[in-house]
Design a protein around this ligand. Structure first.
Ligand code: UFG
Length: 337
């Protein structure tokens, strides 16, 4: 099977490419390097001893996508490419809507022209909005999103549902991720955000390495066991495996619209994550409690039972694994500079 992976040199994309290659899929990557590095291609080869075909192209360039489909016998597509920073999306909403929506529509149009109708979309728990309960089950459906990034995910889900309704030969999988952290055990690939990170683990890594002075913990007066925010952290390798399971489901069950949460089903607080990181890596992370971050919810985590029942998938790695593997990647990065 030939799988086209958009954004395949990025954080979740690269880990998914590794899992696909190890399962015997042939992988074609398209990536515009906006938030990724061409060196990841060699790292993937070092890990898997296989070389994916890579196109450095932008999905906004429909001709370029068409060329990729003409040159390769693509069976299915996993779509990761897109802008993903919540804060930036509030400052540049038009850029986010234009890029994330147009690139996806271009891709779907080209797929349709080539009669390729198996599609997995990288969605997010953010589409639930604020449902008022912490355990998110797929049936809750899309709520009111709180930032343009989240709204692009929600809109694309809607587009894909409408596409399926219009032509039920499509097999479409919407995968709603919770909070992916961790890195491949080799330490060769991981998350490398540009500039000052927005998300918790990349920030912890920069404080632990001395690049940033102190972690701001956004609020300790939430209604949670220790007052700090609770999230469902998922190891990126578990998440990558969830994509392979979802691909198997599409291949076996045929056309349909499939929606799954990909999370561990368990929440951890900011301080639990910081403490675990310090303990397993034997390193100090300076932090201070500051004001709540606007838009943050106190607590949410996945109801991950649907993915277990229908895909036979569940997370295997622990919070300790996530903390160890994230730091292992960061240490290798520091050594390589
Ligand atoms: N946090 C801090 N300090 C920081 C960064 C985060 O205390 O410097 C806290 C947050 O307040 C929150 C937790 O750490 O309680 C996790 O925050 P992240 O920014 O790492 O992740 P979010 O849960 O806010 O966002 C994630 C994804 C988004 C997605 C969102 C909703 O990064 O892409 O979940 O599903 F939209």
């Amino acid at each position: 099977m030939n799988v086209l992976v958009t954004g395949g040199l990025g954080f979740i994309g690269s880990h998914t490419v590794v899992e696909l290659l190890e399962k015997g899929y042939d992988v074609i990557i398209v990536d515009n390097l906006y938030n990724s590095d061409i060196k990841v291609k060699d790292k993937i080869t070092e890990i898997t001893k296989k070389t994916p075909k890579v196109y450095i192209e932008d999905l906004l360039n429909k001709e370029a996508i068409n060329k990729i489909f003409n040159e390769n016998n693509i069976d299915e597509v996993i779509h990761f490419a897109g802008y993903k920073a919540v804060g930036e999306s509030c400052k540049k909403p038009l850029m986010y809507y234009y890029n994330n929506l147009m690139s996806t529509i271009n891709l779907l149009e080209v797929m349709k022209e080539h009669n390729v109708k198996k599609f997995i979309f990288s969605s997010s728990a953010t589409i639930y909005g604020n449902p008022g309960i912490p355990k998110y089950v797929e049936d809750l459906g899309r709520g009111i999103t709180t930032n343009p990034y989240g709204t692009t995910k929600s809109m694309i889900e809607q587009i894909l549902e409408d596409l399926y309704k219009s032509d039920n030969e499509w097999s479409i999988s919407l995968l709603r991720y919770f909070n992916p952290i961790g890195a491949h055990k080799s330490g060769l690939i991981g998350e490398k955000p540009n500039g000052i990170p927005n998300n918790l683990m990349p920030y912890i890594l920069k404080v632990a390495s001395g690049e940033l002075e102190v972690l701001n913990v956004f609020g300790n007066d939430y209604d949670t066991p220790d007052g700090t925010g609770v999230r469902d952290y998922i190891h990126v390798v578990d998440l990558a495996k969830g994509h392979v399971s979802s691909l198997n489901k599409i291949e076996k069950s045929g056309s349909g619209l499939y929606i799954y949460n990909l999370g561990s089903g368990k929440g951890y607080s900011v301080l639990e994550l910081v403490n675990t990181f310090e303990r397993v890596n034997n390193i100090k992370v300076n932090y201070k409690i500051v004001e709540r971050r606007p838009g943050d919810l106190a607590e949410y985590y996945a109801d991950a039972s649907k993915a277990l029942n229908e895909l036979g998938w569940k997370t295997e790695k622990t919070l300790e694994d996530m903390c160890r593997d994230s730091w292992n990647f960061m240490k290798k990065e520091i050594q390589s500079i």
